[in-house]
Design a protein around this ligand. Structure first.
Ligand SMILES: O=P(O)(O)OC[C@@H](O)[C@@H](O)c1c[nH]c2ccccc12
Length: 257
């Protein structure tokens, strides 16, 4: 695992908080997880750009905080054509909560990803979701046991990578739904070239998600050309009219003049 010195101060502080955070009580068993790969395939068949829209009230790289009801925001995302949702549950730096995720998941019928910095198995037991995020960089040799622990509970798993060596580790651990984060957690800078480079090295049969920094329909088209089966979009959707922003990104380029 990388040492915290290589991380942006905000990220080091997020991780320190995550290490301290407790887990759930009873073991969670998800019996009815909605499949992310199936939802992505359905969007594709429908001619929609497969977008995972993220309910992210704030973040270390966002100014201010969105205080609207997250359930309403989620419903607008779905109305705008989102294939799936991502809901931050990290409380201290992203304004998320497990309760928000529960409410959102009860209100929509698309797959809901739990976005958090999960470091211990017991943290999987905090709340049910369809998919959980596991970040290769922070889990190191704990990635495989966490992946197994998540699958045993019935979760779908999205493994996040940023480099080719993290991708290799994710594949070796058995990941089949892989997100390439365009944001470098060391500097918090975004470069869409990351997905192009790292995604190209992924196995043919992996489901690939381009994460972060997708702001325009051109960005979306660029990530799709580079092989993204889905796009994870937060800020560009959360900033302004959530429904209109989602619609803009889920509509293929060739359908607009
Ligand atoms: O707001 P953006 O640039 O569209 O990014 C969304 C998402 O990829 C980003 O929020 C994210 C990617 N990986 C994470 C891990 C934890 C928290 C947040 C994230």
């Amino acid at each position: 695992m990388d040492t915290d010195e290589q991380l942006a101060p905000a990220v080091a502080s997020i991780l320190a908080a995550a290490r301290e955070r407790g887990g759930g009580g009873e073991r969670v068993v998800v019996t009815d997880a909605r499949s992310l790969p199936d939802a992505l395939a359905a969007a594709e068949a429908d001619g929609r750009v497969p977008v995972i829209a993220e309910v992210k009230p704030t973040s270390p790289t966002t100014e201010g905080k969105r205080t609207d009801d997250p359930v309403e925001l989620a419903e607008q995302m779905v109305a705008g054509g989102a294939t799936a949702l991502s809901v931050l549950t990290e409380p201290e730096h992203f304004g998320g909560s497990a309760e928000t995720l529960e409410r959102v998941r009860a209100a929509v019928d698309v797959p809901v990803l739990r976005k958090d910095f999960l470091l211990h198995e017991s943290q999987l037991d905090v709340v049910e979701s369809d998919v959980v995020l596991l970040i290769a960089r922070f889990l190191g040799d704990q990635l495989e046991p966490m992946l197994t622990a998540a699958r045993e509970r019935g979760f779908g798993v999205l493994v996040e990578v940023h480099t080719e060596s993290e991708l290799a580790a994710a594949v070796a651990a058995g990941a089949d739904v892989i997100g390439v984060n365009n944001r470098d957690l060391g500097k918090l800078e975004v470069d869409l070239g990351t997905f192009e480079e790292v995604g190209a090295k992924a196995p043919e049969d992996a489901t690939l998600i381009a994460e972060s920094g997708v702001a325009t329909r051109e960005d979306a088209a660029r990530m799709r050309r580079a092989g993204a089966d889905g796009l994870l979009v937060g800020s560009a959707i959360m900033d302004g009219d959530v429904r209109a922003n989602t619609e803009r990104l889920t509509t293929p380029m060739d359908e607009i003049q």
